[in-house]
Design a binder for this molecule. Structure first.
Ligand SMILES: [Ca+2]
Length: 163
């Protein structure tokens, strides 16, 4: 529902609710709550919750940060889309654990205005990557995508976005 420009929220229905976000487009959106990533730890043992290319199962037991499985990234990509873009102000924590043999495999945050920011999957042993730290104010996340290049493999686990 649109707001008056620069004015306060007048709608009685909005009073007393704490989980409203005002987006850059001037619309009031209700924040989702809880974990927004499906199968972030890959513990289903398959790619449930993700779109990916090529059409293979990248859940692997080679390494795991927690549980048994992680996601293998090498000459492939895996992506998780959100049914509705998630405003930054709705997010309490957002990040993933990564490890790898190279430092240039990417994690892409794609926003509703078709802009992106890129983080890199850590080289070496498991490290946490804080994605909220690189998430620009006022943006809304449409999807997160991990890309494994041909330089060498990486693994990700415990992808999490909590509202
Ligand atoms: Ca796991």
């Amino acid at each position: 529902m649109p707001l008056k420009s620069g004015g306060p929220v007048e709608n009685e229905n909005l009073r007393g609710r704490s989980n409203l976000g005002l987006t850059s487009s001037g619309k009031v959106s209700v924040c989702p709550s809880g974990e927004q990533i499906t199968n972030g730890g890959l513990e289903t043992g398959d790619m449930t919750g993700y779109t990916y290319f090529p059409n293979l199962n990248f859940a692997t037991t080679q390494y795991a940060h927690t549980g048994v499985y992680s996601c293998f990234l090498y000459e492939n990509w895996v992506q998780q889309d959100f049914s509705k873009p998630i405003p930054k102000k709705c997010i309490k924590s957002f990040g993933f654990w990564g490890r790898g043999q190279v430092s240039n495999n990417e994690c892409i945050l794609h926003f509703s205005d078709d802009t992106e920011v890129i983080a890199y999957i850590p080289q070496g042993d498991w490290q946490y990557v804080d994605l909220l730290a690189i998430f620009p104010d006022e943006k809304e996340l449409s999807y997160i995508k991990f890309i494994g290049g041909s330089g060498g493999p990486s693994w990700i686990d415990d992808v999490s976005l909590i509202c």
